[in-house]
Ligand binder design. Structure first.
Ligand code: GAL
Length: 370
């Protein structure tokens, strides 16, 4: 899935006008043409503390004065899709009514509203079993009869890659992202951290084999356009493309700089992300602090990204012939000593020689070449 989610920038400060403007901009800016489709309202869309007399969730009438249905209809009228958020526990993370004990009722509520996507979080779950809780909600959504993408968000704590393929369509593999390239942000309240781009990139080992079409490892909503440099945003985006992660933007489209839009809509990189094999890339090697990531593509090509994760400019001098690729998880390989591949620079959108010669380039700190 590709789209936008309110949380990274707005947290619970969401409203009707924001969603409508976001939908308008997705269409007018070219984001829709680039593939961004889902508008997802995260935590904070409900009235706090209670349900209505029938036990239904209540969309906040102050934030959404014309009602949730009218807003969803508006988003649909733009040719886009709409998502909502809740939690498997008794309350959401921000303290709104949770779904525990209301799974079938809430699923019917969402189906009647016509939503297309449900993000289902894991706060206030007090020891319940994650596989069972997510399976119950998955069955409830199916029973409600409206196809709804089911986005599992238990931060990778219960190894969803082991059990969630028949349950959901994407599952978070980490705690929350933070808009920094390589930091851990320790929250003052509670014993938890949010994580920079490189931290999430390295968080799990050996789970790429579990990711694929309709059951994705989700590296979290993007922070492109938030607090990192343009170079870091580029690298963040390139890596999410290499990882075949869902591309859910998390910035304020109303204040987006042209360079942010250019990153988010880069067609070459999006083609790598959306490639129909749906294989998550992996780290092939590291040379002098520059990582080399590779991802097999459906047309027999490979996407290759050089990532300079150091604080220094580096010079790449990469001998392809010394680096055959073997993808043991999916059975793809490339032997550059035997076969020559033509190179295409996806950011510059121009050819870059072939694998016959060493690939040489200067790469500044935190940058990528794909
Ligand atoms: C977290 C989740 C975030 C966001 C937040 C809302 O648990 O990982 O992505 O949804 O809750 O309160």
């Amino acid at each position: 899935p590709m789209g936008w989610n309110s949380w990274n920038t707005f947290e619970v400060n969401i409203n009707e006008d924001l969603v409508k403007k976001t939908a308008d901009i997705i269409v007018s800016s070219g984001l829709k043409d680039a593939g961004y489709e889902y508008i997802v309202l995260d935590d904070g869309w409900m009235v706090k503390d209670h349900r209505d007399k029938n036990g239904d969730l209540i969309p906040d009438p102050v934030k959404f004065p014309h009602g949730m249905k009218a807003l969803i209809d508006y988003v649909h009228s733009k040719g886009l899709k709409f998502g909502l958020y809740n939690c498997a526990g008794t309350q959401t993370c921000a303290g709104y009514p949770g779904t525990r004990g209301y799974e079938y009722q809430d699923a019917r509520f969402y189906a009647n509203l016509g939503i297309d996507f449900l993000k289902y979080d894991w706060c206030n779950t007090n020891g319940i079993n994650a596989t069972e809780a997510y399976t119950t909600m998955s069955k409830a959504l199916k029973a409600a009869g409206k196809p709804i993408v089911f986005s599992i968000c238990e931060w990778g704590d219960n190894q969803p890659w082991d059990w969630a393929t028949p349950v959901g369509n994407l599952w978070r593999i980490s705690g929350d992202i933070y808009p920094c390239f390589d930091c851990e942000y320790k929250h003052e309240e509670g014993n938890w951290s949010s994580w920079g781009v490189l931290r999430i990139l390295e968080m799990r080992k050996d789970i790429r084999k579990f990711s694929g079409p309709d059951h994705w490892n989700d590296f979290d909503m993007m922070e492109v356009g938030n607090e990192m440099t343009t170079i870091e945003d580029r690298s963040h985006f390139a890596m999410w493309c290499m990882l075949a992660s869902p591309l859910i933007a998390g910035n304020d489209f109303r204040k987006m700089k042209p360079e942010t839009l250019a990153i988010l809509t880069n067609k070459n990189l999006i083609a790598v992300n959306q490639d129909k094999l749906g294989i998550q890339g992996f780290k092939l090697t590291v040379e002098d602090g520059v990582e080399v990531w590779v991802k097999p593509l459906s047309d027999g090509a490979w996407a290759v990204t050089f990532l300079n994760r150091t604080e220094l400019p580096k010079t790449i001098n990469f001998d392809w012939k010394k680096h055959p690729i073997k993808d043991a998880d999916f059975g793809f390989d490339a032997d550059f000593a035997k076969n020559t591949y033509q190179l295409q620079d996806l950011w510059k959108n121009k050819s870059a020689g072939s694998t016959k010669k060493n690939f040489t380039a200067a790469i500044i700190a935190h940058d990528v070449i794909t």
